[in-house]
Structures are given as structure tokens and as C-alpha cells.
Design a protein around this ligand. Structure first.
Ligand code: RIB
Ligand code: CA
Length: 313
């Protein structure tokens, strides 16, 4: 049964690879739409980057929307220091010919969930959770209609990557994350504890470059740019490839291991703002609200990426 998904994203080189993985897997995934959110860089640029990636893939029938341009309460914090000025530095992708849809991305999420049969649409969140949070506030009726939310965000054993306590997607909009984790919707969380082991080593980057298509070359160029910051910071052989893990989990959940736990979001403290307080050992008795992925098979993950991206333009 093909999974119908909406991808909410702030491309971002790693978001771009996740979008390519989804568009390269049409037998298993129907992408109903891609919604941009403010995060890695500003909304307009993230939306433009999403159009460029859809065009790169050749799957130009995929609709792209712009969602919210700032977090629910906080001032927007961006990450040009990681992703470059354009948010998609590395390859020189042409100006997109395809255009954004007029409808606001939050309204697209609401309308789609009201139209599709209940329990048949999965939300794949690759950036700050602002669009999901706003959709659930504007139209609470859609929450029980969502099949599952698979989100890249948070961390526990690996700590944070934006502050010692917080991962970027949750840090940018902790209030939206709090709405999502209180929604009662089945959530699968892909944290830094998984993505830090999916390193884009030189050998893997060369495998992308050698796929034989423009998608492979552009992916190699994206990863070469994107990984430099984390290689410097962590001293690893390659940067962690975060967002494609969300789509890989959808395609091959057996590549990952995790368990059902309670996750709460810090929204009050300035010191630990955006921390995902994961009750991994069940010490609080709080209701379990997320499947927390703890590990993943890096070789299997990259083989899936090579196999699927090879099918694109
Ligand atoms: O912390 C990693 C997350 O922040 C990824 O989604 C990356 O694209 C950035 O948005
Ligand atoms: Ca992202």
C-alpha cells in the first residue's frame, strides 16, 4: 500500500536528499505536497530551494507550498553557518521554472487532511515544527485524521547541536514542538542519537557522484558543502545526514531500532530551551507519546539512498 505523505521542510542540503529519496521511491510513497517552513534559512529561500530540488529530481508535478515564515512565539533563528547563504550551497542549481502554489502551506496541510480518508496521510517533518503546530491550532479536527508524524528532531544521548541541550529543529520553535508532542498523534522521532551515525564519508560522497545522473552529482556537491561544518566541529570522517533518515524509516523501518517512550519539550527555561526531555528509562510514569529511534544501520541507509537516487534525473 503506497504511503501518502506531506513533507514539511527547510531545505537545507540534508532536507534536499530526503526529498530526493521520497521522489525516488514512487512505488512506496506518494508525495501529496512539499511545504516549506522558516528554519535553516528564511522561508522564501527555503521555498525556492524546495522548487530547485523538485526540478532537479525531474518529478516536477510535485506541488510545493510556502508555510510559516517565523516560529509561533520566538524570533526566527537560522543556520546559514551550516547550510551557506542560500541554504543550499554546494551545487549551482538553475533558477526553478516551476512555481510555488498560491495556497498557504498550513491551509494545504489542513485541506489535505480533511479531504483524504482518515488515517491515510503521514506528515514527514524535516525542519522546525511551526507549520504542524499552526495547523493543529487552526484546525484541531485534523489531528485524529493524521496516520503518523515522522520527524527529525531532538536528542538525548548525543545532547544538542544548537545549544548543549537542544537540537536545531526543536530549538527554533519549542512551542510548536510542544503542540505536536501533545497532539495524541502517533509520532516516530528521529533524533541526533540516530543521525550522528549516518556519516557522509568521502567514499559515500564519491558513490553519489558516480551514480551517473545529475541528481548524484548535485547530491555529492551538497554533501561536500554541508558536511564541512560538522566534520570541523565533531572531528568525524563525514557529516551526519539527518533528514533522509525520516524517509528511510518510512521505506525500511527495519534499518532502525527504538522504543516507545514519553518525550516532553522544554519551553520555559532559557538555558535548556528546546530540550527534548526523553524519559528513555520510564522513570516518570508520564504517558508514552513517541517511538524514539535510538540506532540505525548506516550502510543499509546509504545503499537505499544510492539505489533510489539513481532512478532520478
Ligand atoms: O539539527 C538538524 C536539523 O536542523 C536538520 O533538519 C537540518 O536540516 C536542520 O534543519
Ligand atoms: Ca531540515
Amino acid at each position: 500500500m503506497r504511503r501518502k505523505i506531506i513533507i514539511d521542510t527547510d531545505p537545507g542540503q540534508d532536507d534536499a536528499v530526503a526529498i530526493l529519496l521520497a521522489l525516488g521511491s514512487p512505488a512506496e510513497i506518494e508525495v501529496l505536497g512539499i511545504v516549506a517552513v522558516a528554519g535553516n534559512v528564511g522561508l522564501k529561500q527555503n521555498a525556492r530551494n524546495a522548487l530547485k530540488v523538485v526540478e532537479l529530481s525531474g518529478r516536477t508535478e510535485t506541488p510545493v507550498y510556502a508555510g510559516c515564515e517565523r516560529p509561533m512565539r520566538r524570533v526566527l533563528v537560522t543556520a546559514e553557518y551550516v547550510h551557506g547563504k542560500t541554504g543550499l550551497d554546494g551545487p549551482d542549481l538553475p533558477e526553478p521554472q516551476i512555481k510555488l502554489r498560491d495556497q498557504h502551506g498550513v491551509d494545504f496541510i489542513i485541506e489535505t487532511l480533511r479531504r483524504e480518508p482518515t488515517g491515510t496521510v503521514t506528515l514527514c517533518a524535516l525542519g522546525p515544527l511551526t507549520n504542524l503546530g499552526m495547523a493543529f491550532v487552526k484546525a484541531p479536527d485534523i489531528m485524529p485524521r493524521v496516520q503518523e508524524i515522522i520527524l527529525m528532531g531532538g536528542g538525548l544521548f548525543e545532547g544538542g547541536n544548537t545549544t548543549p541541550a537542544a537540537e536545531f529543529n526543536i530549538y527554533v520553535d519549542p512551542e510548536a514542538a510542544d503542540v505536536v508532542f501533545h497532539s495524541g498523534i502517533p509520532i516516530t522521532m528521529v533524533p541526533l542519537d540516530v543521525t550522528h551515525f549516518m556519516l557522509s564519508t568521502k567514499a559515500r560522497v564519491e558513490r553519489f557522484r558516480g551514480l551517473g545522473n545529475r541528481t548524484g552529482v548535485a547530491t555529492a556537491e551538497m554533501l561536500e558543502f554541508f558536511e564541512r561544518f560538522d566534520e570541523q566541529k565533531y572531528g568525524w570522517e563525514g557529516g551526519p545526514l539527518h533528514d533522509p533518515c525520516v524517509i528511510a524509516y518510512l521505506l525500511k523501518p527495519e534499518l532502525f531500532k527504538g522504543k516507545h517512550v514519553n518525550v516532553a519539550i522544554e519551553t520555559q527555561s532559557e538555558l535548556t530551551r528546546g530540550m527534548t526531555v526523553v524519559d528513555y528509562w520510564g522513570v516518570t510514569g508520564r504517558a508514552k507519546n513517541a517511538t524514539y529511534l535510538r540506532s540505525g544501520d548506516a550502510d543499509g541507509f546509504y545503499e537505499l539512498l544510492f539505489e533510489r537516487l539513481k532512478t532520478l534525473a
